[in-house]
Write a protein that binds this ligand. Structure first.
Ligand SMILES: O=C(O)CCC(=O)c1ccccc1C(=O)O
Ligand SMILES: [Mg+2]
Length: 370
């Protein structure tokens, strides 16, 4: 792919409003922007979506940076890739660290699409010109959740997801259902429950949720299979699906009816596509998850979600949902509940250099000599 240099930008930006789950609150979002420049001067971008602390998966901004600097960039330097689909298998020389892998792998996909002068969406086989948009409410009180939902519905969002735990689920969901009886609503537990909560969870069946996301442990697929047999509400897996084989095994066991695909969590666009294709074949629904991300990862999500199997509105919202000003432009906007898939080459978004400078923590460049 004729790579000339790679630049890593570590950044930090305050969220417009803090985002809370039962696991903790994110106020300042740190991240890594990966810029891969080829010999013609074309630039591809990727984003490392790990958080500052390992509350969602085991990765952090610092571990991702270490993986990129000390393992992934060096192995890429030695390899002579012809196509970005070769990066995933190359990086799997090293175990896990999916978000670090995805940060670099997605930059290679953007670069390759730009070289072909087609949009990333077309390059990966996307067919949809606009995608339905959903939004996540991360509120501490039910009054705050209700206010947020009202605003989001005015903005046109087609689906709302709330974060739940055994302590607040009935309070939040029953209040939302009373005020918004027809709202396409789902709940994400981020592993707040155990199998001891089966009867508790069964009672949530009455609320007509689209699905319940990751009720049980982050690395479980066996207990989820037991739970799915007892629940009418479809189970969607998020944290449990980190590789293609995780998806294959979960589907074989009946652990879920839906999979939330996050490019970062599964190690890149290549694996994300592979999981999508398999789910489509097996009749398992998929949607694109979010990571409170900046515009580069959001752009990759939009390209992924333009593929045929992404029929459910995902957690892809407007840039303004989380940011005063994003590091890319144009900002992602939601019109009548839909986000337009760009037709420009690559991800179809540029870096907002002024904003990147404002939020920059550090910058490091790695030259590739042949
Ligand atoms: O709007 C978004 O970006 C996704 C919000 C969200 O639910 C989430 C945010 C951070 C980490 C994990 C999750 C999740 O899907 O579990
Ligand atoms: Mg989730």
């Amino acid at each position: 792919m004729d790579i000339k240099l790679i630049t890593l930008y570590k950044i930090k930006m305050p969220m417009r409003t803090p985002f809370s789950t039962h696991l903790g609150t994110v106020e300042d979002r740190e991240g890594i922007i990966v810029e891969v420049t080829d010999k013609e001067g074309l630039k591809g971008y990727g984003e490392g979506v790990a958080f500052s602390s390992p509350w969602y998966t085991e990765e952090t901004v610092e571990t991702s940076y270490h993986m990129l600097r000390d393992f992934l960039i060096p192995i890429l330097r030695k390899a002579d890739l012809n196509h970005p689909s070769e990066a995933g298998p190359l990086f799997d020389t090293f175990k896990r660290n999916q978000m670090a892998k995805a940060a670099l792998e997605t930059a290679l996909w953007d670069l390759a699409a730009k070289k072909e002068e087609i949009s990333l969406s077309r390059f990966i086989g996307g067919t949809q010109e606009r995608i339905p948009s959903g939004v996540v409410v991360g509120a501490k009180t039910k009054a705050e959740a209700r206010r947020q939902i009202e605003t989001y519905l005015e903005d046109g969002y087609q689906r709302v997801k709330i974060k739940i735990s055994p302590e607040n689920d009935f309070e939040f969901i029953s209040d939302i259902r009373r005020h918004f009886p027809e709202l396409p609503l789902m709940a994400d537990a981020n592993s707040a429950y155990t199998l001891n909560h089966i009867d508790h969870l069964k009672r949530l069946d009455d609320f007509g949720l689209l699905m319940i996301e990751q009720p049980l442990e982050h690395d479980d697929i066996v207990d989820h299979a037991k739970l799915q047999k007892e629940l009418k509400t479809p189970i969607c897996l998020d944290e449990s699906i980190v590789t293609f084989n995780d998806a294959r095994r979960a589907i074989e066991l009946g652990s879920c009816k839906v999979i939330n695909i996050k490019i970062g969590r599964v190690g890149g666009l290549g694996p994300a596509k592979k999981i999508h294709d398999y789910c489509l074949e097996k009749g398992i629904q998929v949607w694109c998850g979010g990571m409170l991300e900046f515009g580069i990862s959001r752009a990759h999500n939009i390209a992924l979600a333009s593929m045929e199997g992404f029929t459910i509105p995902g957690d892809i919202s407007a840039s303004s949902r989380y940011w005063e000003e994003d590091i890319s432009f144009p900002e992602v906007t939601v019109e009548k509940g839909m986000i337009e898939v760009p037709s420009h080459p690559g991800i179809g978004f540029e870096i907002n250099e002024k904003r990147l400078k404002e939020v920059l923590v550090s910058k490091e460049t790695f030259a590739f000599e042949k």
